[in-house]
Design a protein around this ligand. Structure first.
Ligand SMILES: [Fe+2]
Length: 200
């Protein structure tokens, strides 16, 4: 898979944030850092994890959109020739491959919906997909908090606690548990800021 350098990824994030300023830039850097740290602990490629995290929400360059940021980010990365982060844009919101379970507006055309569904259905999630999915679920600003806090915050912010939400939460917990088993330590032991971000 083709990836940009960290510098290229950061430059694109800054460009996108200039078009649509907001807390999503800091969030992207938080997901990048979380992915990098967990990748290091698992013996995976930390650069690849960082770049995926940095780029996963790049579709937000379009402005405040819902699901459309997924396909917008994918198309932007493909246009650049970067199929690695393109995949991160597409998979990050679907930890259990449930299109309907997306939290937020389903603001995509029928054609875009078909593309997202086909991509997710045909994707055998690997550790890098799971890193960006998990990173998105534990990031608090540019740091990490208890996953439960982040998940509750998202559904409250979008006012979208649907019947499929619990299954999605279970998928995130399963990723966390698998990584913790393989690391032989708690996820939060990698992130000293997690206690303050959770309780503060
Ligand atoms: Fe996103």
């Amino acid at each position: 898979m083709v990836y940009p350098t960290r510098e290229e990824a950061l430059a694109l994030l800054e460009w996108a944030h200039g078009l649509n300023p907001g807390p999503w830039r800091e969030h992207s850097l938080g997901v990048a850092r979380a992915g990098e740290k967990i990748a290091e602990a698992l013996g995976l490629d930390a650069d690849r994890a960082w770049i995926n995290g940095c780029m996963h929400d790049i579709g937000r360059f379009e402005g405040p959109r819902g699901m459309h940021h997924v396909i917008a980010g994918y198309d932007l990365c493909v246009e650049k020739g970067w199929d690695g982060p393109a995949r991160a844009c597409m998979v990050h919101s679907f930890p259990n491959k449930d299109f309907e379970g997306y939290t937020g507006a389903h603001d995509v055309s029928a054609e875009e919906e078909a593309r997202i569904r086909a991509f997710i259905a045909g994707c055998a999630f690997d550790d890098y997909d799971r890193l960006v999915q998990l990173g998105d679920a534990i990031s608090w600003g540019d740091g990490v908090c208890l996953m439960e806090k982040r998940l509750v915050n998202v559904v409250m912010r979008y006012n979208d606690m649907g019947p499929r939400t619990l299954d999605k939460w279970r998928a995130w917990f399963a990723i966390k548990e698998d990584f913790e088993r393989r690391m032989g330590r708690s996820l939060y032991s990698l992130f000293p800021e997690a206690a303050e971000n959770t309780l503060g």
